[in-house]
Write a protein that binds this ligand. Structure first.
Ligand code: BEZ
Length: 267
């Protein structure tokens, strides 16, 4: 079989409607990291990987002045439709000259916030350096994303399904899921202090089942296969996961493990 190298980035071809339908719970689960951020009225906050802007809108409701960035044109469009100042930018190239035009308010941010986005950015040091550049001294970087072990079973089934078709499934792996100590070291190396991290398991019910989750997030793996093979591949993945991720009532669960962190840029 010919291996077709995927051309699009992991997030550039997302569909905002699918995301809202199958992954609307992501913003709800972000409520607790929102508390860690504790946004104050008047604060200037960057939402890194703002997605469709549901959680970003809550920052606005809290009285913050907010800019969102996302690498997906569809997500930026969806966030703008909610009235958010959303910009198309890869979080791994967070340069002020790319984020701001000469007409923009280019003051540094009081906080950079990120929910369920950093695991799509596989150059964490570039992200951290960009965040540090955009924050004011004393500003905070607060977020939550997948930790080591996140979606281990789903990922393994996706990889194994490609391996069985003669492909290198691991090469399709699109995510960065670090151990807490690794991420702590990166934050400190990037100049942050007062670093707090917590890793915890969060088995998460999937409102539209595994099929909905795969529709939204499995495209980095599907890209390696001809379209005619997608259905049987996804059916194989679901079969492999039924014994462990589907409960007796037929409900599907994602094996989420989160890393929540907060860090401060020194004065
Ligand atoms: C997550 O939120 O942990 C996640 C979402 C999609 C793919 C992988 C991980």
């Amino acid at each position: 079989m010919t291996i077709v190298a995927p051309s699009a980035s992991a997030v550039s071809d997302w569909n905002a409607g699918d995301y809202q339908r199958h992954a609307g719970f992501v913003a709800d689960l972000g409520a607790s990291v929102f508390q860690t951020l504790a946004p104050c009225p008047g604060e200037r906050i960057l939402d890194l990987g703002c997605g469709d802007g549901v959680l970003t809108a809550r920052l606005l409701e809290a009285g913050a002045e907010v800019v969102g960035v996302d690498a997906s044109p569809a997500m930026v469009e969806a966030a703008r439709a909610r009235g958010i100042d959303a910009r198309l930018l890869d979080g791994q190239t967070l340069d002020p000259s790319l984020l701001f035009t000469s007409e923009d308010d280019s003051r540094p941010f009081d906080a950079v916030f990120s929910n369920a986005a950093l695991h799509w950015m596989r150059r964490p040091d570039a992200v951290i350096a960009g965040v540090a550049q955009l924050l004011r001294p004393g500003g905070r970087f607060v977020g939550e994303f997948g930790a080591a072990g996140n979606v281990a079973q789903i990922g393994q089934a996706l990889v194994a399904g490609l391996d069985r078709r003669g492909l290198d499934g691991r090469a399709a792996w699109p995510w960065y899921f670090p151990e807490p100590d690794e991420y702590r070291a990166r934050l400190i190396h990037g100049g942050f202090q007062d670093v707090r991290l917590e890793r915890f398991e969060r088995p998460t019910p999937l409102p539209t089942g595994l099929a909905g989750w795969l529709t939204t997030f499995a495209s980095p793996f599907l890209r390696y296969l001809p379209v005619a093979e997608h259905e049987t591949y996804l059916a194989d993945v679901a079969d492999a996961l039924t014994p462990t991720l589907q409960d007796g009532d037929g409900r599907w669960w994602a094996d989420y493990v989160r890393l929540r962190f907060a860090a401060v840029k020194p004065d």
